[in-house]
Design a protein around this ligand. Structure first.
Ligand code: ATP
Length: 294
């Protein structure tokens, strides 16, 4: 099924949203990197922005952060137009860029203390180190940290100012599986503390695990926005049941997996060998959506 074009919910900006965007356009020369994006991100949600390389994610996020001007469209971030956002507005943002600041001669604690001094109501640096699991590295210089630890330090620097809105740009690149799980727990904890989070990632399992909603963009346009379980009609996709019978692996597609498994179970005296029921993953759905594009 081809993904339909994303239609704007209303013409008006949503005044209650953490981020509200209508008709955002950014051109480089005569090419539109962002070509009319509409987006509302609710306060308190984790929103993942997905899309292939060059889709326009970073450009969009940089406009939202106030780092890049736009050619057209309306944008409000925490109620303010980023093009005119001042210091107080910036103090409510936490930004974790792709390339971090971990290559420092300063210790983790010193880096956090320095960063905290820029904000009116910072978190305690020691608490932040504990939150990201770097307490034991408080006295270590940034440059002596492993890749995954540096990324945690980047996040620590991004949240020490107690942001209302946190931008995480590909935060877990280079993490080992355990570090990723720990990082996901941290992101969920930040949401519990009331932080709105805009995440860009190429890891579809990360988006599925963390995001309340995801937005898929390609060629500077939104293809679809939805909860991960329903994106691209995923919630309605048939289930695949697989099992082993007479030494042969068998699979069947069915819209009614419960009834199917019940019938299957009646044919076997005990457990159905190697029984598994699966649905398309977010990655399957995403790749199909992207592949549908011209
Ligand atoms: P990735 O997943 O690779 O980070 P992305 O979705 O973040 O990609 P962008 O970095 O926003 O994509 O780039 C969107 C398009 O705009 C690309 O075609 C890119 O080449 C182009 N672009 C980005 N920055 C500039 C710039 N400063 N000058 C000219 N073109 C640019």
């Amino acid at each position: 099924m081809a993904a339909g074009p994303w239609r704007r919910p209303t013409e008006e900006l949503d005044p209650d949203a953490a981020i509200s965007v209508r008709g955002l356009v950014k051109r480089y020369g005569d090419r539109a990197a962002v070509d009319g994006i509409d987006l509302d991100i609710r306060r308190g949600e984790i929103f993942a922005l997905l899309g292939p390389n060059g889709a326009g994610k970073t450009t969009t996020v940089e406009v939202l952060e106030g780092f890049r001007d736009r050619d057209d469209g309306e944008v409000r971030v925490l109620g303010v137009d980023p093009a005119t956002g001042g210091r107080r507005w910036k103090a409510d943002l936490g930004i974790v860029l792709q390339s971090g600041a971990g290559d420092s001669q300063l210790t983790c604690r010193e880096l956090l203390q320095a960063q905290a001094s820029y904000y009116p109501d910072p978190r305690d640096p020691g608490e932040v180190l504990a939150l990201v699991g770097l307490t034991e590295k408080a006295g270590a210089r940034g440059r002596t940290l492993s890749g995954g630890q540096r990324r945690r330090l980047d996040v620590a620097l991004g949240i020490v100012g107690r942001p209302k809105l946190l931008f995480l740009d590909e935060p877990t690149t280079g993490f080992d599986p355990e570090a990723r799980r720990q990082f996901w727990a941290l992101v969920r904890e930040l949401r519990e503390l009331g932080t709105t989070i805009l995440l860009t990632t190429h890891y579809l399992d990360e988006a599925e695990a963390l995001a309340d909603r995801v937005g898929v963009i390609a060629h500077g346009r939104v293809l679809e926005i939805g909860v991960p379980g329903e994106l691209g009609g995923r919630g309605l996709a048939p289930a695949v049941v697989s099992w082993t019978e007479d030494g042969v692996r068998r699979t069947a597609e069915t819209a009614t997996p419960t009834a199917f498994v019940r019938e299957l179970a009646a044919r076997f005296p005990g457990e159905v060998p190697d029984l598994a029921v699966s649905r398309p993953t977010l990655e399957d759905t995403y790749l199909r959506m992207i592949g549908d594009r011209p």
